[in-house]
Design a binder for this molecule. Sequence first.
Ligand SMILES: Cc1cc2nc3c(=O)[nH]c(=O)nc-3n(C[C@H](O)[C@H](O)[C@H](O)COP(=O)(O)OP(=O)(O)OC[C@H]3O[C@@H](n4cnc5c(N)ncnc54)[C@H](O)[C@@H]3O)c2cc1C
Length: 292
Amino acid sequence: MSDTAASRRIKEMEVMVADVVVETPDTTTLVLFTGNDRLEYSAGHFLTIDPHQFEALERFTSFLEDLKGKRELPRAYSMCSAPHERQLAVTVKEERYVSGLTKFPPLLSPLLTKRTTRGSRLVVTGFTGPYTLPADITAKTDHIVHVCAGSGSVPNFSMLKFALAHYPTLRHTFIYSNKTWQDVIFRDELTRLASTYPDRLKVVHSLTREENPAVCGPAVRRGRVGLALLKELIPQPTECYVYVCGPGISKFDIAAAKEAGTEPQPRFLESVLADLKAVGVPNDRIKREFYG
Ligand SMILES: Cc1cc2nc3c(=O)[nH]c(=O)nc-3n(C[C@H](O)[C@H](O)[C@H](O)COP(=O)(O)OP(=O)(O)OC[C@H]3O[C@@H](n4cnc5c(N)ncnc54)[C@H](O)[C@@H]3O)c2cc1C
């Protein structure tokens, strides 16, 4: 896409929250009514929301800016909706403040997940992002492997729905890591898609803190997404394309580790990328999106 085409797509829009869907205890989908605005986005794109627009956050935003010594930036949210669907929607997971661990309380996600109601108005800026399916994807592969953790499933869910509807030669393996069964976002919809497209979609859940995952169903495994699971699910590593999305080492983790004189610990993204390399997936067949 040319730069002009990209900048044509990015615009500020005032939208109304048409529906609020509680996906899990800490995750909410906001369905956005956009009026007559044309929605030119690709599956996998994100929009941004500037926290300064919310009166309810005004004092908190100023306080955090004073503490951090810099202006709070707009936050990015991927669309969970797909371009062929009627409504635009984003899915937001609430960040938590963990005493002794997190440096500052999270600013925007608690408001979007817990205090945004139907009829609320928001200004959003979109759409952009490099984490998309290339137009010639069907010439490159017939197998897309999605490897996601937590809210990292959001852009992949959009790409999955779009590709199932538009690229009939593509099959998908959707590997999804969460702590427990109740944390799985889009759980029912993923199950429904897998039964609608039994030959084209395989969903495998990997739960790190579920005592007895077998009771959640045959597609549910225990533990982290690791080398053994990726080896099992990627039998032809040089033929597929892999889309990995989830938490990775942030600039804050790097700064904290430096201060402590240690190395930052690999997070989901780094450990999956290392395992994909070990499985034999070429680097140019791996697309990644980092959620800090
Ligand atoms: C491309 C992209 C797409 C995304 N899509 C989604 C999505 O679809 N759904 C979703 O839920 N999230 C998504 N995110 C994450 C989202 O943008 C926000 O980062 C998330 O909602 C947290 O924002 P917050 O304002 O609640 O927390 P923040 O205020 O940003 O705080 C988050 C954490 O960072 C720490 N922190 C913040 N500032 C500093 C600092 N100066 N020094 C040290 N530590 C600091 C805080 O202590 C806290 O632990 C995406 C991110 C990216 C980059």
